[in-house]
Design a protein around this ligand. Sequence first.
Ligand code: ACO
Length: 340
Amino acid sequence: MNKDMDLGSMCSPLPRSASVISTGLYLPTRVLSNHELEKMVDTTDEWIRSRTGIRERRIASDKETPSFMGARAAEMALREAQLLPTDIDLLLVATTTPDTVFPSTACHIQRELGARHIPAFDIQAACSGFLYAMFLAGQCIATGAYETILVVGTEKLSTILDWEDRNTCVLFGDGAGAVIMRHCKGKRGILSFELGADGSLGDLLTVPGGGARLPLRPDNIHQKLHYIRMDGRKVFRQAIEAMDRCAKLCLKKAGIRPSDLSCIFPHQANIRIIEALAQRLELPLDAFHVHVERYGNTSAACIPIALHEASHSGRIRSGDLLLLVAFGAGLTWAGIVLEW
Ligand code: ACO
């Protein structure tokens, strides 16, 4: 990871603020428990819970494609905002598991929603993708380029898992979340951001096959190159370092202390990563919204799912200061400080 993330891009609040005005989620009903996984690979519920915090995850059916799940989450967010699909000006989708190589999942969702002929495209930054997309939405609102932006994070990670590899198949799950962003008079919205990537460490976490380098050919499929490969220990260390640095830079740019935050929304890969981040920020674990025990790692979907849960349970309220911070393949990282 780049140790010299600088403050050269020190950002003041956007010239025209960008706020989240509503949220939505979609979770497949099929629950896959650790006990079921015990029958599939050489693992135990005890190992998975103690090493990751995960108890169960959701698994999508054939019908529940990333675009299907993303469209349902988007419809929920639209209903909450009392908007129609035709009110959306820009559609951004963060996903690592697109429905098709092309068209983009964003175009599939646009069609499914019945949105106008607005720009619609995917952003691929793995687990950091949703925050990359939120950042971009914030910039588009700040400049006045677009008014009403739908940002979706949707993943069907079950399709890129080797269900015979206990090192990876116990960690991930499927689902989708969405937010609608707009300028709201009197609200500050996004206060700061920090994004980064280090492609030199890309091999630590990769799906090597299925792209143009190693296409889906029988020999590559036979070697299972179309599934997630991960050096868990190294990724674990990188995740803690990157999220810690990113969070602190974001807070500094926003001019606030960790103790000013009402709630932190970290990427949910492993409870031990979240505990380490809590320790480094000198915050109690209950300052963090955690759902990894119920859904596993849902990559780009995990933060919008968490935002929906927290706003609907009353955990976060208008005016609260939130930190969103993510880390993923690439390697990539991203943070946003947001006034809710
Ligand atoms: N059940 C039982 N044993 C297991 C399992 C399992 N499911 N998985 C691995 N083990 C074994 C290993 O084989 C190893 O055995 P060995 O010592 O005989 O070789 C032993 O458990 C310990 O392995 P470690 O890798 O040291 O276990 P660790 O405590 O590091 O936990 C884990 C592994 C959970 C993968 C952890 O390293 C982690 O969470 N890493 C980061 C994951 C992450 O953040 N990923 C992705 C970002 S998301 C994205 O962008 C897609």
